[in-house]
Design a protein around this ligand. Structure first.
Ligand SMILES: *[C@@H]1O[C@H](CO)[C@@H](O)[C@H](O)[C@H]1NC(C)=O
Ligand SMILES: *[C@@H]1O[C@H](CO)[C@@H](O)[C@H](O)[C@H]1NC(C)=O
Ligand SMILES: *[C@@H]1O[C@H](CO)[C@@H](O)[C@H](O)[C@H]1NC(C)=O
Ligand SMILES: *[C@@H]1O[C@H](CO)[C@@H](O)[C@H](O)[C@H]1NC(C)=O
Ligand SMILES: *[C@@H]1O[C@H](CO)[C@@H](O)[C@H](O)[C@H]1NC(C)=O
Ligand SMILES: *[C@@H]1O[C@H](CO)[C@@H](O)[C@H](O)[C@H]1NC(C)=O
Length: 484
């Protein structure tokens, strides 16, 4: 028996996980101030990042990666657009020229189709059919060894009463569909992709916040069978999935961590110094190929989330807009060694980014009509990003008037400093003295970059958010993480 286990482990390592773990990065473009693709490719090369995931399969973006040597993961959100073999073949035909020259390795389908599938089975079935046909079309075109189609997953696909990894199994409601998906992945030697957001994962489970960091300082640990000990939430969640895969009959399926990040604002404990600490623990751990208690020595390919902030829509939770390592002006927020060597360095700053002039829009305080002021505040925050005002955020300590100014300025900057965007029916004025308050930065944005592209293509604009209120913030923060 022991012999069998050892034999199995040796086989498992030798057959599946020969390469070293890769540290990639995710780059999304749901933001008004976007870095241009060529700048991003340059940034990745400067920082020696070998792989990237993009949230599109749009041609102008793929073009920028041609010849860079960076391996790419694409995302197709609108699954119905490639449903059925004809559309799948058409997609493959259109993208084929990039398969080689832009080093495409994986295609992720949908946002979290199994989360949606918990309540919408027809959609989930369509998504799985599409996974199968798209991979078929790719195989048919001769790229099956190179390109794998898969779904990203969050913890919501597991049973929700788990207290240790060995409790984990796939959620009863989607077990059958998961079994079918795993069969398709296994046939094609495709990986299982999971997403881990430690700061919110520990909050969700009510674990000690220290358990989010991978530097062995957490007094709280989780013990599992066979004397395994978990000192951080990253290994804990990884091994929950290992157990679920074992129980589903695919114990040797590769697991990739498709998103792992740490926001710098919009959540208690989210700031640049905690983000720095988090990655200082995580990246050398990943690069060490140390593995986890359930898969010792197995490399875990991991994708840092994310390159830049995005004012992601639809609006669910404040910290979602602060995942970026870089601010929109191309400056790094904190030290991070993306090569995993744990060096105390800032990543290279993006080149050629131009700022708008030093102008801000503030509340002129010449009214006593509070109702009107609040109305304008809501209008501004419905269209621009006010998430730093949220509880635990960097601007959560402002006065009422400062709150108004913050909102007005975010709206003004999001509109590239159009004076009209600072009118607010006579309540706003443009100033040239920086109104920032302590650690709460009133940003000046960068000049309008490339605006064409996937934001519109994915059907997303700066559209309506729910009226800004603390209850939305609190309830939706955790809810959205696991159920979106
Ligand atoms: C890209 O992926 C291929 C195949 O997995 C691998 O051989 C190659 O080393 C990767 N390139 C980089 C730059 O990591
Ligand atoms: C979790 O709940 C499921 C279904 O109710 C049950 O079968 C399973 O034993 C429970 N697991 C634990 C660890 O309590
Ligand atoms: C736990 O250890 C026993 C004895 O070494 C072994 O038979 C069993 O497979 C182990 N279980 C796991 C999940 O590793
Ligand atoms: C960042 O968050 C940590 C944890 O809440 C806190 O101890 C620290 O003071 C914060 N740092 C800054 C610069 O706000
Ligand atoms: C500022 O706005 C935030 C977010 O809407 C709110 O939570 C806070 O109470 C406001 N502060 C004041 C002083 O009105
Ligand atoms: C408030 O002051 C600005 C000048 O700063 C002026 O243009 C505007 O008309 C005033 N609004 C009201 C309601 O008095």
């Amino acid at each position: 028996m022991v012999f069998n286990v050892i034999l199995f482990a040796a086989f498992f390592l030798a057959s599946n996980f020969v390469a070293d773990a890769t540290i990639g990065i995710n780059w999304g473009r749901h933001t008004a101030q976007r870095l241009v693709p060529a700048t991003v490719v340059d940034l990745l090369l400067q920082n020696k990042v070998p792989e990237a995931r993009i949230y599109t399969s749009q041609e102008d973006i793929l073009k920028a990666f041609v010849g860079s040597g960076i391996n790419l993961t694409l995302t197709i959100f609108n699954i119905q657009n490639i449903a059925g073999i004809d559309l799948a073949r058409k997609w493959v035909q259109e993208k084929a020229q990039y398969f080689e020259f832009a080093n495409i390795r994986r295609v992720y389908l949908g946002s979290h189709v199994f989360r949606v599938g918990l309540t919408d089975k027809p959609f989930l079935h369509m998504a799985i059919d599409t996974l199968e046909t798209l991979q078929y079309a790719i195989n048919e075109a001769g790229y099956g060894d190179q390109i794998k189609v898969t779904f990203p997953h969050t913890e919501s696909v597991l049973n929700d009463n788990l207290t240790r990894p060995s409790d984990a199994e796939f959620n009863e409601a989607i077990k059958e569909e998961m079994a079918r998906t795993l069969r398709i992945l296994k046939q094609n030697n495709a990986p299982f992709v999971v997403e881990v957001f430690p700061i919110a994962d520990v909050a969700y489970h009510s674990y000690d916040p220290e358990f989010a960091f991978i530097d062995n300082k957490s007094p709280f640990v989780i013990r599992d069978i066979n004397n395994t000990i978990y000192t951080n939430v990253f290994e804990f969640i990884h091994d929950c999935f290992v157990w679920a895969l074992i129980k589903a009959g695919v114990p040797d399926m590769e697991i990739i961590v498709g998103q792992v990040g740490w926001p710098t604002d919009g959540f208690p404990g989210a700031n640049a110094s905690t983000a720095e600490r988090f990655f200082k623990g995580l990246l050398p751990y990943v690069a060490s190929n140390k593995g986890t208690p359930m898969r010792p020595g197995a490399p875990i390919h991991s994708y840092v989330h994310a390159l830049t902030d995005e004012n992601k829509m639809p609006y669910y939770y404040p910290f979602a807009r602060h995942w970026g390592i870089y601010r929109s002006n191309g400056e790094p927020k904190y030290k991070i060694d993306l090569t995993g060597q744990g060096r105390d360095i800032y990543p290279t700053k993006a080149k050629g980014i131009m700022h708008m002039p030093e102008r801000w829009c503030v509340f002129n305080e010449n009214t006593t009509d509070t109702q009107k002021v609040k109305k304008k505040f809501d209008e501004a925050c419905t269209r621009a990003d006010c998430t730093s005002l949220a509880m635990g955020g960097s601007c959560s300590q402002l006065t009422f008037a400062q709150n108004m100014s913050y909102a007005f300025n975010m709206y003004f900057q999001a509109n590239f400093q159009d004076e009209e965007a600072c009118s607010f029916e006579g309540l706003g004025k443009v100033v040239t003295a920086d109104p920032s308050v302590g650690g709460c930065v009133f940003p000046v944005e960068v000049v309008r970059g490339e605006q064409e592209g996937d934001v519109a293509a994915e059907g997303s604009r700066l559209y309506q958010m729910p009226s800004y209120g603390i209850f939305v913030v609190l309830v939706s923060m955790l809810w959205a993480l696991f159920y979106d």
